[in-house]
Design a protein. Structure first.
Length: 236
């Protein structure tokens, strides 16, 4: 099978700043791909190109075989996106918002089990503006999953969560991959990557510094040690 997500020779500039300089990697259906890199390395721009939120300057991006920038509404319904910041209407109440989003899909995921699994039922009547950061994270994750996507992009899905909620989210993410979904998550958490990732992509200076299974990327070392060795120049 072709990869669910294919990035090849991707380039992107902002004026005179090179954000991406020939980045290449791929993500498969039924697998969790963890994208790691320091702030400013280009990982957010790269994933936004995959989500169809930014137009590349060069190279190729294919998600489920389509160019996400030019993708149809039918294609977009097959892709879930969780943004770490923003995207949730402040005055909305979580379950009402999820019910509204669910109505837009032909075959949405069952809503009640998703709400209960993420603990959203415990703050269902609280407006988004009054939710804690961790509670908003759970609602944002639910909005990405309510359409039963074939590919889902998750930006720091466990950021701001308490330890119990973090484990619940990790279990949910793992179950998505086990059901055949292609999961791409960006993270700064080495523990998250080590627990979840079937495939690891390390980004530095707009390029992919390493890609492969956890064992292939680390070479038997700790992921944290290998990450800093690969990204030291970018961090400096």
């Amino acid at each position: 099978m072709p990869p669910a997500v294919l990035v090849s020779g991707l380039t992107k500039r902002y004026g005179g700043v090179v954000a991406l300089d020939g980045a290449s990697w791929q993500g498969s259906a039924g697998a969790v791909t963890a994208v790691l890199g320091p702030n400013g390395a280009g990982k957010t721009t790269m994933v936004e190109c995959c989500e169809g939120l930014r137009r590349p300057d060069g190279g190729e991006v294919r998600v489920l075989g389509s160019d996400p920038w030019l993708a149809s509404a039918t294609h977009r319904a097959r892709v879930g996106v969780m943004l770490q910041d923003g995207g949730l209407p402040a005055s909305a109440r979580p379950v009402r918002l999820l019910r509204h989003l669910s109505s837009m899909y032909a075959a949405p995921a069952p809503l009640d089990p998703l709400v209960q699994r993420l603990g959203i039922d415990r703050f269902a009547d609280t407006s988004v503006r009054r939710l804690s950061g961790g509670q908003r994270q759970r609602v944002a994750l639910a909005t990405a999953l309510v359409g039963r996507p074939e590919v889902v992009f998750l930006d720091e899905p466990s950021a701001g969560l308490d330890p119990h909620a973090r484990l619940d989210v990790w279990e949910l993410v793992r179950s998505l991959a086990d059901e055949g979904v292609a999961v791409v998550l960006t993270t700064h958490s080495f523990e998250e990557a080590e627990r979840l990732a079937d495939h690891v992509v390390v980004v530095a200076d707009g390029r992919v510094a390493a890609e492969g299974s956890l064992a292939e990327v680390t070479g038997g070392d700790r992921l944290e040690d290998r990450y800093f060795a690969l990204t030291r120049r970018s961090v400096a």
